[in-house]
Design a protein around this ligand. Structure first.
Ligand SMILES: [Zn+2]
Ligand SMILES: [Zn+2]
Length: 133
């Protein structure tokens, strides 16, 4: 069986956890965000399992649409000034509690996401240690 690594993330602006225990994806706490399109507001849950693209939403968003994502605690927009190398949409960033950041694309249907470690040596070994990867 392949070992699944679950990543705990927090808001880069208010440092509060974005993890929720009452919504599980692949048996792990999901990452919860408020989302907004031109038409609607809703809630998005992302899988916290590394490499897993599972998402759940309570509104319908068309593939290819760009979604604004907000922290559910401080309501600040989590979009950063960098754009996706695949499709050019703005990237959204979270801080990994164990160190480093995750960046995901804000366009629905684009699966570009990656993890950036500030210091590959120590952060990565800490990550391996904490998650038993
Ligand atoms: Zn926040
Ligand atoms: Zn993209």
């Amino acid at each position: 069986m392949e070992k699944e690594v679950s990543i705990s993330v927090k808001c880069p602006l208010c440092s509060r956890s974005l993890m929720v225990d009452d919504f599980l994806i692949r048996n792990k706490p999901a990452i919860k965000l408020n989302v907004e399109t031109e038409q609607e507001r809703g809630v998005l849950w992302l899988s916290s399992v590394y490499g897993d693209n599972t998402k759940e939403m309570d509104i319908n968003i068309a593939d290819g649409e760009i979604v604004d994502m907000y922290c559910p605690h401080c309501n600040k927009e989590l979009t950063i000034s960098e754009s996706c190398s695949e499709c050019g949409a703005p990237l959204v960033s979270f801080v990994i509690k164990a160190g480093g950041v995750v960046r995901i694309c804000s366009r629905k249907g684009c699966h570009n996401h990656h993890i950036v470690f500030k210091d590959i040596g120590s952060e990565l070994s800490k990550f391996y240690f904490e998650y038993g990867f």
